[in-house]
Ligand binder design. Structure first.
Ligand code: GKR
Ligand code: MG
Length: 428
């Protein structure tokens, strides 16, 4: 079997004005949809975060991919590695999201090839990853401080005819009341049994007050996570962390860098998680030596694929780490891949992150996945078990052409509401 065609489609999906330590989400989040088609007409799909840099490199990688056997992933990876080893500045970046090119390309090609292999062999990706250990994967509510607004064409305006979660996702949440209302609406709509608050946005005392209020509202049975994306100093993280002992299930990237994380971890009696300081296999030796975290939040998009995330689970279990999953704004193809990973991991200690409730659009046939009590069922069909909706793809590609965004820049978006605002590595 040979890969005959490779289609790369940048898309833009409506995203509300969510705040984080790096600034503000733009009205659209960028994704890239990849479709590989084999000479026996099997289509394999995948979804990764979008940027012009990643899209250009994908375009340049056609020769390494077309004509190749999709089962022969190691050889495809080897040729991609040698082609892109010289990419300038292929680094994660300082923001909350990962900006590396090569790992994202690996992920895009791997997931699409696994989709093909699954269809060819009549097996689900979870089976290809080692076997389906569970049929449902739990997710956590993901709360954000946000401006009023629906995003997309509406920007900071809202659709007054919306109701339920569709209305709540447009509401302003800039204070304790707003965050608690958002948490209640999200749990009511999706049944989430754990809750994460994105921090690093307001002063630490306000964020602590929000966590206390969420804890009061939902009680001890609803684990709480908190993620200031590394913009707190070690002193701030420890002094506020002391107040969070007994409230938080885990404390995610309170500070920047493995060394600072290990200092905070040693000072507190809370599990420390990361998707920022230990983000690749080469980070593991130092992470283990200095003890920078308890939980690694993998992400197949930037750990280089689903098989890499399975290897990461193995390493985590050897070195006493737990594994869970990070997310960014995404659609159902990424979600399907997360579900197969969640189904195949040996242990699931924590519900996965997902931004999925913040998105209303979809690119797969049949519309959006449904949550039941915060869980989603693993698709039953072979491969990823989801199919590309070509009409939806064309519409989302049109969004991309109209919105004019080329890469994610939350600082520039933030400057539209707070002129002169600057991203700071350590803010508090
Ligand atoms: O969507 O603003 C956001 C998040 O801050 C995202 O970019 C992070 O990568 O969710 C992520 C995280 O856990 O750090
Ligand atoms: Mg995080």
């Amino acid at each position: 079997m040979k890969i005959r065609e490779m289609h790369i489609t940048p898309i833009a999906i409506v995203d509300p004005p969510l705040l984080n330590a790096a600034g503000l989400h733009a009205p659209y989040a960028l994704r890239i949809i990849i479709e590989l088609i084999t000479d026996n007409n099997i289509s394999g799909i995948s979804e990764i975060p979008g940027s012009e840099k990643i899209r250009n490199c994908l375009e340049e990688s056609r020769e390494e991919i077309t004509g190749k056997d999709p089962f022969n992933l190691t050889n495809i990876f080897k040729s991609l590695e040698s082609k892109f080893s010289g990419v300038d500045n292929d680094i994660r970046g300082e923001q909350s999201w990962d900006q590396r090119v090569l790992t994202h390309i690996f992920s895009a090609i791997e997931v699409a090839c696994l989709d093909i292999i699954g269809k060819e062999t009549g097996r689900r990706i979870s089976d290809l990853l080692g076997g389906t250990v569970r049929e449902q994967v739990p997710f956590s509510a993901y709360l954000f401080f946000k401006h009023k607004g629906a995003g997309g064409e509406l920007g900071f305006d809202i659709d007054p005819s919306a109701s339920g979660w569709a209305a709540a996702r447009q509401a302003q949440a800039l204070d304790v009341e707003g965050i608690v209302a958002q948490g209640k609406a999200m749990r009511e709509a999706f049944g989430f049994q754990s809750v994460k608050l994105k921090g690093g946005v307001c002063a630490p005392e306000i964020e602590l007050e929000c966590l206390r209020a969420l804890h009061n509202e939902f009680g001890n049975k609803v684990p709480l996570r908190f993620d200031p994306n590394g913009v707190w100093s070690v002193e701030t993280a420890i002094s506020y962390g002391k107040e969070m002992e007994g409230i938080l299930d885990y404390y995610e990237d309170p500070v920047r860098g493995r060394e600072a994380m290990s200092r905070v971890r040693k000072a507190l009696d809370i599990a420390i998680a990361t998707n920022m300081c230990t983000t690749s296999f080469k980070d593991i030796p130092e992470s283990i030596r200095i003890g920078s975290e308890d939980i690694i939040l993998s992400d197949h998009h930037f750990w280089g694929g689903l098989r890499a995330s399975m290897h990461l689970e193995w390493l985590c279990s050897v070195f006493g780490r737990k594994l869970s999953m990070h997310s960014n704004s995404h659609l159902g193809i990424s979600l399907a891949a997360m579900l197969h990973l969640g189904a195949a991991l040996k242990e699931l200690h924590y519900a996965f992150d997902t931004h999925y409730p913040w998105q209303e659009e979809e690119v797969i046939k049949g519309g959006k996945f449904c949550f039941e009590n915060g869980f989603i069922s693993v698709p039953k069909g072979p491969g990823l078990g989801v199919e590309l909706d070509k009409e939806a793809l064309a519409k989302l590609h049109n969004n991309y052409k109209r919105c004019g965004l080329m890469h994610r820049d939350d600082e520039i978006e933030m400057q539209k509401v707070e002129p002169g605002w600057k991203f700071e590595l350590t803010r508090w």
